[in-house]
Design a protein around this ligand. Sequence first.
Ligand code: NAP
Length: 307
Amino acid sequence: MIKEVQSQTVSLLNFHLLKPPKGNLMFEKDLLKNKTIIVTGGGTGLGKSMANRFGELGANLVIASRKDDVLKTAAEDLRKTGAEVEWSVCDVRNPGDVAELVSFTKERFGTIDILLNNAAGNFICPTEKLTEGGFKVVVDIVLNGTFNCTLAVGKEMIEQGKGTMLNIVTTYAWTGSGYVVPSAAAKAGVLAITRSLAVEWAKYGIRTNAIAPGPFPTEGAWSRLAPPGLGIEKALKNRIPLKRFGEHVELANLASYLVSDQAAYINGEVVTIDGGEWLKGAGEFNELDKVPKLAWKAMSAFRKGKK
Ligand code: NAP
């Protein structure tokens, strides 16, 4: 009986109204025309999807990460948007590589208008089983790598008197999360950089913002964080009030808006895009959505009877 009522309750919910948008009507076609954007980690996953959307909206792109072959193939795909696309092999942990990325981009396109700090590494591990090396490698990529790129590109932007930085963090940057402590610590640091520079570098015409995505399926994230057989994917989805993962285009549209001149007054913000996931764990009474409708009726009758 309870099961029947529960399934009835769920079917009554209007999840169908909350599906991702169809079509490509959200922005002017040339929203990012003549903007040069560096996307770290732009050869795969969410970085590539965001780069693709920037390309569709008229941007020039430089994608950067460690694997030449992956970048080359991604650049060929991204050119199908009509964008000018280059790639630069760059380990963000290495300031020398980052300096080359910056000078290459300037030589090729003249300016750097936008930096998307998206490159990251992560893995799940009980914290007591972590090694110092395992902790360091994630912090080096995520926190130090973001800082290296921010510093090198920031100096160019300061000279230009304008620029926009967008950092990809995650919702556990502020809640913390077990089993991903190096990533949580590093992303919290990136969020702190975001908010600090939003204030410090505003005087140079530089805006700095962040996006905190919830779960978006990508080969990279899923292979490391939701390996098959552990039920992690199902558990991840169940936690999300909207009961689905994010679509890449939803994140890409948000990123496009935030880096565009249309968002000129948004500075120091972190925008969450997670279907309500992180708040689900935060609200004391949120688990009550498991209570069937009939039980609510009975409780209401009980309350009224007490008056
Ligand atoms: P992904 O495809 O594995 O992306 C990570 C990218 O970072 C890869 O392109 C990788 O390329 C690059 N990278 C790693 N180490 C690097 C280094 N030392 N130097 C330069 N580039 C490096 O995973 P994703 O899911 O798209 O993640 C993209 C971003 O979204 C990350 O910041 C992640 O934390 C964030 N995020 C993702 C989710 C999700 O559910 N997918 C949720 C929250 C936040 P190479 O290996 O070629 O270097």
